[in-house]
Design a protein around this ligand. Structure first.
Ligand code: NAD
Ligand code: DAU
Length: 355
């Protein structure tokens, strides 16, 4: 029985990774370490929490003593590190909490793994793996429509969030070069799907359309994102965890670029149909608001390396993924209500009231 530590498993992507690994790999014992911040929600895992190979550990990756102890008490075979502060807008209002969690938290995990795995470091058949889940935002923004992010693209982070993720990537590579820690990194584009916290574009728009509230489009809505269904990301993480080459980086993307405004129009149309509203009803809610500071224009991933070397490709067409997502939110209004009460209301007021 191999023990695998998944950090941030109660969050959006982490919960899909935990579900995939607990259900597909009964030979693994999955330890989900999560601090349960506003973004962590154990409800996301209600369907797997009874499984014998699932274990929840509440804890904070910024607590070095606790993390060291966890690694000393458990002989982890691998780590899949997703815990992070993940929302760009929050990083603009509170950058230091991103430094703490994303930089210091990652360094604490690397350091604990280095100490706990010291007898295995540098061995060619390295029976360990530290998998760091990162973002395409570390590469900055694209302007030329023919350009794509490659694994070799120079880092150019432009928000406190992406700077903190870039820094964590550098620490991961430094631990590989210096201590021979067996690591692998992936940098993924924008995810969407069930359990996505409604501070992010797609679930926020779905929530506001249901509630007939204004749909806040930043600037002119011309920024472009490359959207990937979250289960495809979890499958990519599975493939890279099992087949990725130690020390390598893999870009993951959806080959699915959308201008924000076009995406919001598509969501309005889909939701009008689903809710039985007259065509054109929801798009009247679109409201242009002050742009995000330093708003990256376009992200687009070239995932050829992952396809050619490990055989991964996205499986879902966007229309199908978006419909599954909308259906999930409509069928899970209680989930949406739970995560949007209390603290979320305060956040929303602060972020959008005077925008
Ligand atoms: P999320 O915000 O939904 O979840 C983050 C999880 O980490 C939450 O469960 C939270 O409780 C936990 N967490 C936060 N701080 C912690 C701490 N100090 N100690 C322990 N746990 C803590 O994030 P997500 O969107 O699921 O992203 C997961 C990872 O994937 C992040 O590293 C993010 O940078 C990366 N990523 C996200 C996307 C995306 O589109 N969402 C794309 C590429 C990469
Ligand atoms: O590219 C990967 C990244 O994608 C991840 O690393 C991040 O964790 C994740 O949050 C996401 O970052 P973005 O900033 O691209 O996602 P967000 O959903 O916040 O915004 C998507 C686009 O929509 C962006 O151009 C800003 C715009 N937007 C967002 C919100 C919340 C709006 O126009 N209005 C909004 O209310």
């Amino acid at each position: 029985m191999k023990k695998i530590l998944v950090t941030g498993g109660a969050g959006f992507i982490g919960s899909h990774v935990v579900r995939r690994f607990t259900t597909q790999y009964p030979e693994y014992q999955i330890y989900n370490l999560d601090a349960l911040t506003y973004a962590g929600n154990l409800e996301n895992l209600s369907d797997v929490e009874q499984l014998n190979n699932y274990h929840f550990v509440k804890g904070d990756i910024t607590d070095a003593v606790f993390i060291d102890q966890l690694f000393q008490e458990n002989d982890f075979y691998g780590v899949i590190h997703l815990a992070a502060e993940s929302h760009v807008d929050r990083s603009i209002s509170d950058p230091l909490s991103f430094v703490m969690t994303n930089v210091v938290g990652t360094a604490n995990l690397l350091n604990a793994a280095r100490k706990a795995w010291k007898d295995d470091l540098g061995k060619s058949d390295a029976p360990r793996l530290f998998y760091h889940v990162s973002t395409d935002e570390v590469y900055g923004e694209l302007h030329d429509p023919n350009d794509f992010f490659l694994e070799t693209t120079k880092y150019d982070p432009r928000s406190p969030y992406s700077a903190s993720k870039a820094s964590s990537d550098h620490f991961v590579r430094a631990y590989h070069a210096t201590y021979k820690l067996p690591v692998v990194i992936s940098n993924c584009s924008n995810n969407y799907g069930p359990n996505h916290f409604p501070e992010k574009l797609i679930p926020l728009m779905i929530h506001n359309i249901i509630q007939n509230k204004p749909l806040p489009v930043y600037g002119k809505g011309e920024n472009v994102r490359d959207w990937l269904f979250v289960e495809d990301h979890a499958r990519a993480i599975d493939v890279i965890f099992h087949k990725g080459v130690v020390g390598e980086t893999y870009n993951i993307g959806g080959h699915n670029e959308w201008k924000n405004l076009d995406l919001v129009f598509l969501l309005c149309k889909t939701m009008d149909e689903k809710l039985g509203r007259e065509a054109g009803t929801s798009e009247k809610l679109i409201t242009y608001v002050t742009d995000r500071a330093g708003h990256d224009l376009r992200y687009a991933i070239d995932a050829t390396k992952l396809k050619n070397e490990l055989g991964w490709e996205p499986s879902l067409q966007f229309a199908e993924g978006l419909e599954r997502t909308v259906d999930w939110y409509l069928a899970n209004e209680a989930w949406l209500e739970n995560v949007t009460s209390g603290a979320y209301q305060k956040y929303y007021e602060g972020m959008y009231a005077a925008r």
